[in-house]
Ligand binder design. Structure first.
Ligand code: FES
Ligand code: FES
Length: 157
C-alpha cells in the first residue's frame, strides 16, 4: 500500500504517494525527476547516489523514500545558486576532476559536506572523506586537487 510522504528537496516541498519499498535514490530520480543523483551499485559501495539528508551525507540507495518523510534533502541540483556553480563544482571543472562523470555528483556532494564541516582539510582528510566514493576513471588525483583548491577559495563550497 502506498504512503504519502512530504520531503523538501533543494528547498522545494514535494508531496508524493510512494510504495514503502521505493529507495530514496529511485524517488529522487524517477518520482520527482532529479536525475543528477546517479545510481551505480545500489548496495552502498560506490557513493554515486550520495545526497544530504537533513544535512547529513548519506547514500540514497541505502534509504527508503519513506524514511525521508518530513526531512530535507539536498541533491547535486541544489548546489548551484541562480545559475552559478558552487565553489566545489567550479573546482571540479577547473581541475578536470571528471571523465565519464558517473561518480561526479556523489564526489561533489561528499566534497561539499567535507568542506562544510572541515573548511581547511588535510589531503589525508580529503582522501578519507572521499573513501566511500569510487571513481573508475580519474585515479582520484584531480579530484583531490579540486577539493584542495576549493578549500583555498571558500568556506562555503
Ligand atoms: S548506488 Fe548507492 S552507493 Fe552505489
Ligand atoms: S569520472 Fe568516471 S567514474 Fe569517476
Amino acid at each position: 500500500m502506498k504512503k504519502t510522504i512530504r520531503v523538501t528537496v533543494n528547498g522545494r516541498l514535494y508531496e508524493e504517494d510512494v510504495e514503502p519499498r521505493i529507495l530514496l535514490s529511485h524517488f529522487l530520480r524517477e518520482t520527482i525527476g532529479l536525475t543528477g543523483t546517479h545510481v551505480g551499485c545500489v548496495v552502498g559501495e560506490c557513493g554515486a547516489c550520495s545526497v544530504l539528508l537533513d544535512d547529513k551525507l548519506i547514500k540514497s540507495c541505502l534509504h527508503f523514500a519513506v524514511q525521508a518523510d518530513g526531512c530535507s534533502v539536498t541533491t547535486i541540483e541544489g548546489l548551484a545558486k541562480d545559475g552559478q556553480l558552487s565553489v566545489i563544482q567550479e573546482a571540479f571543472v577547473k581541475h578536470y576532476a571528471l571523465q565519464c562523470g558517473y561518480c561526479t555528483p556523489g564526489m561533489v556532494m561528499a566534497s561539499h559536506a567535507l568542506l562544510r564541516d572541515h573548511p581547511q582539510p588535510t589531503e589525508d582528510q580529503i582522501r578519507k572523506a572521499l573513501g566511500g566514493n569510487l571513481c573508475m576513471c580519474t585515479g582520484y588525483v584531480q579530484i583531490v586537487e579540486a577539493v584542495k583548491d576549493a578549500a583555498k577559495g571558500s568556506t562555503n563550497a
